[in-house]
Design a protein around this ligand. Structure first.
Ligand SMILES: Nc1nc2c(ncn2[C@@H]2O[C@@H]3COP(=O)(O)O[C@H]4[C@@H](O)[C@H](n5cnc6c(=O)[nH]c(N)nc65)O[C@@H]4COP(=O)(O)O[C@H]3[C@H]2O)c(=O)[nH]1
Length: 517
């Protein structure tokens, strides 16, 4: 099967090209978008982590300042200097610390007594702030370069300021964001720490976080060079995934084709699409020398599987849960046949095969009645041949009798098919006599030569007469079999000897030809 599928070169090339392109497109879409969203989420997470680290560092600084303020007074004695020096010595961040009074005059630092005024703008910010805390970026008196300052003032006016190189503050941000992302950290409008000059490519996205308590803003940039760098580094995975996805698509394609071409799927589709045919085999009456009955038999030639045996169709339909759909299809086709040849089929009864278990279903008789409504031509002419593939249990037996009564009430004849080889029990015949008994062809084949078979069929013939049932001998192929059947007293005969099952137009032609003879 695979050989035939893959053997068609041009379509195989097209399929490979199509799935190759599709899998490439999907792989690229997944990886490029996936990487983009991954980096977006990463930059967002790391910006948030950097903000948190920065916030922790600022809280640490203010805890130190607060402690120093608690321990200080307005003097700048040796003990005071020692205390301030100790704070600086143990501080992870601060390089210098000073004390100021309620006039914002710095009177003491860890370097010794001093005297200068804090900028009035900073003093105003301290006063206005919620906890009398603020930060600033100004030139240091001692260092002379842009320096980070933190200020804290007690309620009684004594304040502490700490000084640190901006790098010391930004180190926690560096640890989290570098070397992948570029960032800019500002206090108010002043840039405090930045490496954005080094981006050197387009910015794919940026993330902003603000630390309102400290008037700080952290902006993190995702450079497109980082994106391309990552994309390049995962290119082996992209290639592998492309190959894998292509294999999945291609194998899936083969499996799908295999399934679509499988008998099971074709039968399902044919039943659903009403795409099967029905052949008809006449049943001849020996005494009258004519024919008034036919059996409808399913026929189906699959494009891929050739002629499929009716037994295989029925078995598969049963397993697919479509056996009733098959029955409705055949009955409707019989109805169409009557409609097409109303004259020729005026006196002809046609029987359709139905598995006995279908009768047990609640909906069977009501559905049948609906179809009879659709096809009034079937009334009084449709017969059902009950194929007895399984035995009935004691609970099913009375139910079946009542179902049969419902069917008979619709004017439908019932015959038991393959009598002698199926499960048609004598008990059931006693409770519910069928209209017709069809003797299985296996008996007819050995009737002439086998004494035992003859004895059985003689008894069955007697039983049928006593129960007022018609008898049909199936599978009569030769004249000697016909004579043996006639000797037995069976009047109606079906078999290749007279006619094989034929399509509708041919069976009509056969009728016309044989009626003329
Ligand atoms: N060797 C030989 N065979 C003869 C002769 N005369 C008739 N036959 C074959 O014997 C079978 C008679 O049908 P069946 O016993 O109901 O047996 C049927 C019936 O049980 C089932 N079947 C056929 N069509 C349907 C259907 O529409 N629905 C259901 N449920 N079963 C069906 O498939 C079985 C086989 O059907 P077919 O292959 O059409 O086989 C038919 C028919 O072609 C003969 O002289 N010699």
């Amino acid at each position: 099967m695979f050989k035939t599928i893959t053997g068609i070169e041009p379509s195989k090339k097209r399929v490979i090209f199509f799935y190759g392109l599709l899998s490439l497109f999907i792989t690229l879409a997944i990886f490029t978008l996936g990487l983009y969203f991954y980096l977006l989420s990463d930059v967002s997470d790391r910006t948030y982590a950097a903000k948190k680290a920065l916030s922790d560092r600022m809280n640490g600084i203010f805890t130190e300042l607060k402690q120093a303020a608690e321990d200080s007074d307005l003097s700048c004695e040796k003990a005071d200097l020692t205390r301030l020096r100790r704070v600086v010595f143990y501080s992870p961040t601060l390089k210098e610390i000073g004390l100021f009074d309620s006039d914002f005059r710095v009177y003491c630092s860890n370097l010794g007594p001093t005297d200068f005024k804090i900028y009035s703008s900073i003093a105003a910010r301290i006063t206005k702030s919620k906890d009398r805390k603020t930060v600033s970026l100004v030139n240091s008196n001692t260092l002379g370069e842009s320096t980070f300052f933190a200020f804290y003032q007690r309620a009684d006016g004594l304040g502490v300021n700490g000084l640190a190189p901006p790098k010391n503050i930004a180190i926690s941000v560096d640890q989290i964001l570098l070397p992948d992302y570029f960032y800019e950290l500002t206090i108010g409008k002043q840039v405090f720490s930045s490496n954005r000059e080094g981006i050197g490519s387009d910015v794919l996205a940026k993330q902003e976080e603000s630390l309102a308590d400290w008037s700080m803003t952290l902006v993190v940039f995702l450079p497109s060079s980082l994106y391309w760098h990552h994309l390049w580094s995962i290119s082996p995975f992209i290639l592998l995934s492309w190959g894998f996805l292509f294999a999945v698509f291609y194998i899936g394609h083969l499996v799908l084709i295999y399934y679509r071409r499988s008998l099971r799927h074709c039968i399902k589709r044919a039943i659903r699409n009403n795409a099967m045919e029905v052949y008809f085999q006449p049943i001849v009456s020996l005494s009258e020398g004519g024919f008034h009955e036919m059996e409808a038999l399913i026929r189906w030639r699959s494009f891929r599987h050739g002629q499929v045996s009716p037994l295989v169709i029925v078995d598969m339909a049963d397993r697919l849960g479509l056996i009733d759909d098959l029955t409705w299809m055949v009955i409707r086709k019989v109805g169409d046949f009557y409609r097409e040849y109303p004259e020729q089929l005026r006196d002809i009864k046609i029987s359709v095969n139905v598995d006995r278990h279908s009768f047990l279903k609640d909906y069977f008789a009501p559905n049948l009645s609906i179809i009879l409504g659709e096809y009034p031509e079937l009334k009084g002419r449709l017969g059902l041949e009950v194929t007895e593939t399984t035995a009935l249990n004691s609970a099913e037996l009375p139910l079946m009798v009542s179902r049969f009564e419902d069917i008979k009430a619709l004017g439908i004849g019932l015959s038991v098919d393959d009598f002698g080889t199926g499960y048609a029990g004598l008990d059931f015949l006693r409770r519910f006599p069928y209209d017709t008994l069809k003797l299985d062809q296996i008996f007819i084949a050995s009737l002439k030569d086998d004494q035992f078979t003859r004895q059985i069929l003689t008894s069955v013939t007697k039983l049928a007469k006593e129960l007022n049932m018609e008898l049909v001998a199936e599978g009569v192929e030769r004249e000697d079999q016909l004579n043996a059947v006639r000797e037995l007293g069976v009047d109606r005969v079906q078999g290749y000897y007279f006619c094989r099952p034929l399509p509708k137009d041919q069976v009509i032609a056969w009728f016309e030809e044989n009626a003329a003879n």
